[in-house]
Design a protein around this ligand. Structure first.
Ligand SMILES: C[S@@+](CC[C@H](N)C(=O)[O-])C[C@H]1O[C@@H](n2cnc3c(N)ncnc32)[C@H](O)[C@@H]1O
Length: 231
């Protein structure tokens, strides 16, 4: 019998997302990848996108209409420890000139505000099209979810459309609040972390990053600096 997961696309269509994780079928289920409707984020990317040069470096744009609630892409990259993330950011800080990296730190908090998970995914050298999704202070048009596939030891990160996205629109999401910086455990997962009520926070620049980076999202909500830059 397939694992009973949540219907993510319906949740998003109903604007009923709460930062909680998505549960999908996985290797511990008897269903198969092609036939199971509860493996949305494990399917290949099915949205045509193009990559263009902008003031923010490279940016990804939709080439087709994307429906609200539609799965767009996993955030693929190297899964690294927080210590390795700190080392890599220190190297970026030390490098001369403008810096650009794609290290995403995602944290999950229980309703008690206790942190239960931290994932560091570095797409700077190895990744997929999601590494071209830039930050937008207004929340962007994509929403990030932690996905737990039944039987998988490590969750993965998936991005869905928060609203209908027109062809030509840049694909963006919020990298996190500008000053988030709580200390969280490194890959410390426990049974409580699988709670459906856990909440996600994310940031592209973990707190050890020293150089403030100007935000060029250009929205009316722009805060001037990228999330977690120590301004
Ligand atoms: C995940 S990558 C996105 C793709 C990136 N633009 C590139 O050329 O590879 C994150 C990096 O893009 C840049 N970036 C993303 N959003 C930005 C924004 N709103 N303003 C300025 N730079 C941004 C920053 O250099 C950040 O470290």
């Amino acid at each position: 019998m397939a694992y009973e997961g949540l219907n993510t696309q319906r949740r998003l269509k109903e604007k009923n997302w709460d930062g909680g994780p998505i549960f999908e079928c996985g290797q511990a289920c008897s269903c198969d990848m092609q036939g199971c409707a509860n493996r949305v984020t494990q399917q290949p990317i099915d949205v045509a996108m193009c990559i263009e040069r902008t003031t923010k470096g490279w940016s990804a744009k939709a080439c087709v209409l994307i429906q609200r609630g539609q799965f767009v892409a996993q955030y693929a990259g190297e899964l690294i420890t927080s210590a390795e993330a700190a080392t890599r950011l220190a190297e970026i800080d030390a490098a001369p000139g403008p810096t650009c990296h794609a290290l995403l730190a995602v944290r999950e908090f229980l309703p008690s505000r206790q942190a239960c998970l931290r994932l560091n995914i570095d797409a700077t050298r190895i990744g997929n099209v999601a590494r071209f999704f830039n930050h937008s202070c207004d929340g962007g048009n994509l929403e990030l979810f932690v996905v737990r596939a039944h039987g998988a030891f490590v969750p993965h990160i998936a991005l869905f459309a928060r609203r209908e996205i027109l062809p030509g629109e840049e694909l963006t999401f919020s990298y996190g609040p500008p000053s988030a910086g709580q200390t969280t455990p490194d890959n410390q997962t426990g049974s409580a972390c699988t709670s459906k009520s856990a909440r996600v926070s994310k940031m592209n620049l973990p707190r050890m990053h020293k150089n403030p980076q100007r935000c060029l999202c250009g929205t009316s909500a722009c805060l001037g600096f990228m999330p977690n830059s120590p301004v």
